[in-house]
Design a protein around this ligand. Sequence first.
Ligand SMILES: [Zn+2]
Length: 314
Amino acid sequence: MKALRPPLRRLAGLLALCTLPMSSTLARAEPLEVSASFSILGDMVRQVGGDRVRVRTLVGANEDAHAFQPRPSDARQIGSSALVVVNGLGFDDWMARLARSGGYKGTIVVASEGVNTIEMAEDEHDHDHHGHDHDHGHGADPHAWQDLGNAQRYVANIAAALAAADPAHADSYRTNAERYQGELKVLDAEIRAAFAALPAERRKVVTSHDAFAYFGKAYGIRFLAPVGVSNNAEPTARGVARLITQLKAEKIPAVFIENIADARLIERIRAESGTRIGGTLYSDALSAAGGPAPDYLSMMRSNFKVLHEALSAP
Ligand SMILES: [Zn+2]
């Protein structure tokens, strides 16, 4: 086309200006900045968000969210996020406080919303001062991600939140979530079938802290622990002695080290009970990139393999 006459050219320029902001919301070039409280959640957001999101995780691989001490710079960084995702159930209440103090005005997405919860044992309420905030009036065990059925609910909540924050890519979030939920479902069925094939009296183990109630309920394993749900209470001498007696009496096949917990107590229990160390379980955090649990799905598979091997050994 020949050059437009000046008035028309000006009109074309105005039109281009008008459409600019619209087209940039339709196809956001920059990924969505999402802050997640801990590594397992961060991975789930990455699986659903793909390259549309940039995820910042506050409590990293092999770190303990129960004992997390935020730095002042964390508040500023989370404050500027487009979306903040937490586990909820009293696990990471510090995250919402941090986000608000950093100026975050958006939604706090509670990934565990709607999962089937397990109530904590009564004594947890008395001994738990740090990790879990009972002001919310619930006594639910926060480690709900240890059941792949619950994880599918986490993924659905995350996908809905991402779609609401970035409607232009809602389809991509839904597709990713469905693909990922399918993978979680397959592993869930595999773990159920494998443990169901073991005799019930073999299906009991000891771990460092009480992080596996959901895993135990979903897959039929009894988990015993010297330390409660929050991982920062000191185990009592009497509690440890009782556990060792129980280990011997019930012929519990193995004790397990956790990636976020001090291994010395488990080592002592092993030595005094004469049982063996079954391996390392990933409870509240992923492993580093080169380890056996760099993402949530690998983490669940690794825990399953390590447990199954120890419990089916003669
Ligand atoms: Zn924990």
